[in-house]
Design a protein around this ligand. Structure first.
Ligand SMILES: [Zn+2]
Length: 163
């Protein structure tokens, strides 16, 4: 089922999330399926639970169309990040139409649980690192509107998201 995506300034995007408990219950499994359908439909590359109105500590990375992996990150934590930063243009499904440059560490290590509750660790310096940082930010109630260095598109839409 395709779920509606919550847009700024909705307060659920700023609400602390709760860790997901294992084994995953039916609702969470269903939610992960729905989030996948939703991110595909929205033409996105990642989606965090608060963006579909759930205060759960989980997000989805969806990089199929760039030849990358697709997987959920549950109760994720960034455990290392490089000093080297990169500035890349980003957008957010909760702020459609606005794009801007965001500086983030180039390389990160992320620890998370998979759907079986097994701990996984990934180190990456490409798209996975980028999307994972954007999604983990969502789970910490931080959105790109808080850290845009320069708006490259959609400046006129900002006030409606900034309320
Ligand atoms: Zn986002």
């Amino acid at each position: 089922m395709i779920l509606p995506i919550v847009k700024l300034p909705a307060q659920v995007l700023r609400r602390p999330v709760e860790d997901v408990k294992f084994p995953l219950n039916k609702n969470v499994r269903r939610l992960l399926k729905d989030m996948l359908e939703t991110v595909i439909h929205a033409d996105g590359i990642g989606l965090a639970a608060p963006q579909i109105g759930k205060d759960l500590n989980l997000a989805l990375i969806y990089l199929e169309q760039t030849g990358g992996p697709t997987f959920p990150i549950i109760n994720p934590k960034i455990t290392h990040h490089s000093k080297e930063m990169v500035k890349i243009e980003e957008g957010c499904l909760s702020m459609p139409g606005v794009y801007g440059t965001v500086a983030r560490p180039k390389k990160i290590t992320i620890q998370y649980l998979d759907i079986n509750g097994e701990e996984q660790t990934i180190t990456d310096n490409g798209w996975v690192a980028r999307v994972a940082q954007h999604e983990v930010d969502h789970l910490l109630q931080t959105l790109i509107i808080d850290k845009l260095e320069k708006v490259t598109q959609g400046q006129e839409l900002l006030p409606k998201y900034q309320k």
